[in-house]
Design a binder for this molecule. Sequence first.
Ligand SMILES: [Zn+2]
Length: 430
Amino acid sequence: MRRFLFVGPSLPDAREHAGDGIRILPPVKAGDLLALEPGPGDVIGIVDGLFHQVRSVQHKEILYALQCGAAVLGAASMGALRAAELAPFGMRGVGRVYADFASGRLTADDEVAVVHTDREHGYRCLTFPLVSLRYTVERLVELGRMSPREAGELIREMRAVHYMDRTFGRLAGKPLKSAWIDAKKDDAILLIEEMSKEISPERPDVPNTIYLHAWRLGQEISGHPLRVFQLFGRGYEELHARLVEDAIRDECASRCGPEAPAEFPDPVLNHACHEGYLTPGDTTLLPRLRPWLTEAERTGEPPAILLRKAVTRAFRMLPDVTPDAEAARRLRSPQLQARARDVRALATAINLNAESRLPGFSAERVPDERLAQLASELYGVRRDELEIAARMRGIPGADVLLAALRPYYLLAKYNPETVALSLDISGRNP
Ligand SMILES: [Zn+2]
């Protein structure tokens, strides 16, 4: 049985509280729970989580951990929020902050948000969480050291301030210090106590939706050579389109059978009819499919081709049908794998070099704006067409595309010929 605790600024000295039985991990972000490969008997505690700078931990991911038989507990901060949202599905909340979110007494995410230094600098809080101020003035009112009116005004005043600006300096002159309640710390300690007890997990039955599936797969392949080919492989769009078409044909064969009507000469379009997406002779169709086609395509290609492209891109795979697994299989030749690894190694080397020479530069912090510009040049589409460009390469969305591109930014921008990978997948060429 393994125990993990995601914690940061709420309890910087968590290690001392947790003892040896609990592995301390930094604040949770999207993907971290899946990376643990949760299993029966595992206990996962969530206190702190990142939410602004990166994608926050996904609800589906927590449900997945529960479904795998792990117990997931939350408290104090991000953990309390998620636990309040997911309590009906078996996530357990601990402590006062959780109870107040669960009862609806607290509603805003920013009650627990703080600005803090990073791990290297001890997770020092530079602002206070509103919830701590709330609990502190409540105590002062109980003790008769603050009037309810004064307390109400102070809360209203601070609630109007953005959480990033809730510095301790703003509280100067108020009689708070001696009564200060560190709400998040108190609850984080409670969570650790709870995690040390015997816990029997509840296993909810969570539908394995297309979103969770696509997302898990995205996690699994984020460090996989397939991503490199999706990003840079010449002709990857064609490969992906072919794989999707195969999947559509398979789905039609198993679901509709050979007797299903065939109004079009194209099996892909026929299956779209069977599924109710297409009606033969419907003239409003192409205008409705606009979002799935680039400007260049719309103005330069015949309607039958456009229809097929749009249907292929809009097609939602069943959770257990994925072109990615097949793509990975077809791209498994040792030469291609080696090329992908070379590109990755080169990108890493260039990033490290730039980071050592340019103070403040970090490949992790290349702005989305620049990535979008690069992607637009790389794929020959407009900035507002990146969603299509991503879909064409089997990547579930523009945000995933940009995130995947980030480590390759310098390499792709300044050495475009290096990343232009040719995909010899036909087996016919030497
Ligand atoms: Zn069909």
